[in-house]
Ligand binder design. Structure first.
Ligand code: ASP
Length: 334
């Protein structure tokens, strides 16, 4: 198992080994292509997605590839196979995928399947539905050839047993963790948005959700319009943080609609954050909400409630750009 920092280094080295010819080819074949992702693990996830865009592939294939990387190669407590479980000790995964033409699919509360993002894509492509949950989602995955395997790691199980000593559900305000040993790392999602050389947009979002959530709780990530929304006419948006706030505000849809009205990606994210604050001013002081947006021109913006939300941008010119968003509150929880 590898932590995210080792992967970051490995990813960058691997990219370096491949990068000169690939970058030249990428620059030639995908001039406007770009992929952006939430958090610091977005850097290696973007590196995994980029080759798809560089060879002229679709934004949809790129975001699925990047999200799959996060689900299986990254080992952290908030995404994929190393995720922390719910308060009953059960690891449940949520994911969604959306193409800029309006097609979308998602799965929620999925157990023991390594790649929820690919199951979400099969829901989109092979069923008349948008969302499958729990046992039904797992049955569908198995019928589609996905292997069922126990995912809960010994570390996650130990973290859960430690948590049981207090059994207090109190999400920390997550911020970029380097240099912040106090952070409990109990939530974070990878939301990935891409535009390809043909100007098509797509997005993917995958997570283990809030650690120690109630069994059966579904967050924003698999809910189209809350954790993810994409429209080729305008742009795309994704979210990370306490998902109940995104659901209350149909937040990713809101960000896209604000861009439709002419706002820049950053202004749209900031306005959506203002909406969260106006609705629950007191609660907003103690929880994190973050939005990331990409418009159809390839412009990127992000905004968060609390300081420390970082996002990764990758295109032919800049292969490894990590940026910090603006925020309403400038302090992070200690
Ligand atoms: N949005 C995710 C959820 O509520 C968690 C996170 O992004 O931190 O499930």
């Amino acid at each position: 198992m590898t932590d995210r920092r080792q992967f970051l280094q490995a990813g960058l080295l691997a990219a370096g080994a491949l990068s000169l010819p690939a970058m030249r080819a990428g620059a030639a074949s995908a001039p406007g292509a770009r992929v952006v992702s939430t958090w610091d693990f977005g850097v290696p996830a973007n590196q995994a997605a980029w080759p798809v865009l560089a060879r002229g592939g679709t934004a949809l294939d790129a975001v699925e590839t990047g999200a799959r990387w996060a689900e299986s190669e990254l080992c952290n407590p908030t995404v994929g196979h190393c995720g922390n479980p719910d308060r009953d000790g059960v690891l449940t995964l949520d994911a969604s995928i959306m193409d800029g033409d309006g097609r979308c699919g998602s799965v929620a509360a999925l157990e023991d399947i390594l790649h929820p993002i690919s199951v979400a894509r099969r829901v989109m492509e092979k069923t008349p539905h948008v969302m499958l949950v729990g046992e039904g989602a797992q049955q569908f995955a198995i019928a589609e050839g996905f292997e069922k395997k126990r995912l809960l790691t010994p570390q996650a199980e130990k973290a859960w047993r430690d948590w049981l000593k207090t059994a207090e559900y109190k999400p920390e305000i997550n911020a970029e963790r380097r240099g912040q040993p106090g952070n409990k790392d109990n939530h974070d999602t990878i939301g990935m948005l891409a535009i390809d050389a043909q100007g098509r947009l797509a997005g993917a979002c995958t997570t283990s959700g809030m650690a120690w959530k109630m069994h059966g709780r579904v967050g924003d990530s698999p809910i189209i319009g809350a954790g993810l929304y994409v429209d080729n006419e305008v742009g795309a948006a994704t979210a990370s943080g306490v998902g109940e706030e995104m659901i209350r505000n149909a937040a990713s849809f809101l960000v896209v609609e604000l861009m439709r009205q002419g706002r820049s990606p950053m202004d749209a994210c900031r306005e959506a954050i203002d909406r969260v604050v106006r609705k629950r001013p007191e609660a907003s002081k103690n929880l994190q909400v973050c939005f990331l947006a990409l418009n159809k021109h390839g412009e990127v913006g992000a905004f968060a409630l609390h300081r420390g939300f970082v996002y990764a941008v990758c295109d032919a010119g800049k292969r490894e750009d990590l940026r910090e968003s603006g925020s309403v509150y400038t302090t992070t929880q200690s």
